[in-house]
Design a protein around this ligand. Structure first.
Ligand code: NAD
Length: 258
């Protein structure tokens, strides 16, 4: 059963996998047209194919969200080919784990370039289009429970997410007069590529293997699927809820040092 086109256009960055793919599918199932972008075009195209099976239509683009000019060009292309989006989900992100003293300058840069600058670029390019159109809309930014739970092994990642948290708070105040909502989603540990491939650069090979196998066993017993986060994102857009913590098994959080 394909739902009727509900008239909305939804953009999801990092839509090729995990939470991004699940979110694209959740909006498609409600009847929204979906545009997904990802660094990996093939995975974005796969998401678009899956969305088209259950929704009114989807398109895929290759975009590196850390590249501001590329995100501006993407936004212009979306506007020209599909229209100004009603909902933008700034979801693309990279994981990183390691103690502060072991995190290199290059690692800091990569994490901030994607997780913080990627969100800045998306908010600016699409926020500008939404304000110009004058018909309101909603921006959803993926932060993390790490934005407010200090961890010994997540200094760079948590810092990038705390910045996204505050960016969203400021933008919410700025865009409210334009009837553009801004929601910050703060998941705990979700069963996706990011958590399965965590490296824990502070640990020895043996400790790392032990920790990863513990996490895998925990997921096997009671993983937290990205679909649950996607459902919260869809709900946040519907209700306009500003900050949405998505809790997970606390044991998982402890295992990962949060
Ligand atoms: P994931 O690795 O499955 O998906 C991330 C997607 O983003 C991938 O498809 C990847 O190719 C894409 N991407 C990475 N860098 C990009 C770039 N520069 N430009 C465009 N696309 C890029 O991971 P996920 O868990 O689905 O993560 C989605 C978001 O949720 C991230 O922002 C992540 O930080 C956040 N988050 C995840 C968890 C978790 O436990 N999995 C918890 C809290 C927050």
């Amino acid at each position: 059963h394909t739902p009727d086109d509900d008239g909305r256009l939804v953009v999801v960055t990092g839509g090729g996998s995990g939470i991004g793919r699940a979110t694209a599918l959740a909006f498609a199932a409600e009847g929204a047209r979906v545009v997904v972008c990802d660094l990996d075009l093939a995975s974005a195209e796969r998401t678009a194919e899956l969305c088209a099976l259950s929704g009114p239509g989807a398109a895929a683009y290759r975009v590196d969200v850390s590249d501001g000019a590329a995100v501006d060009a993407f936004a212009q292309r979306v506007a020209a080919e599909h229209g100004v989006p009603d909902v933008v989900v700034n979801n693309a992100g990279v994981g990183h784990s390691g103690t502060f003293l072991q995190t290199t300058e290059k690692e800091w840069q990569r994490v901030l370039d994607v997780n913080l600058w990627g969100v800045i670029h998306g908010c600016r390019a699409f926020g500008t289009l939404m304000v110009e159109r004058g018909e309101g809309g909603h921006i959803v930014n993926l932060a993390s429970a790490a934005a407010y739970l200090p961890s010994k092994v997540l200094a760079a990642y948590a810092t990038s997410k705390a910045a996204v948290f505050m960016l969203s708070d400021c933008l919410r105040a700025e865009l409210a007069p334009h009837r553009i909502g801004v929601s910050t989603i703060c998941p705990g540990i979700v069963d996706t590529n990011i958590t399965r491939t965590s490296t824990f650069s502070g640990l020895s090979g043996e400790e790392l293997a032990a920790k990863q196998s513990k996490v895998s066993r925990m997921y096997a017993r009671r993983g937290f699927p990205p679909q649950k986060v996607a459902a919260e994102i869809v709900k946040a857009v519907r209700t306009g809820k500003p900050v949405v913590p998505v809790t997970v098994e606390s044991k998982a959080a402890r295992l990962l040092g949060r």
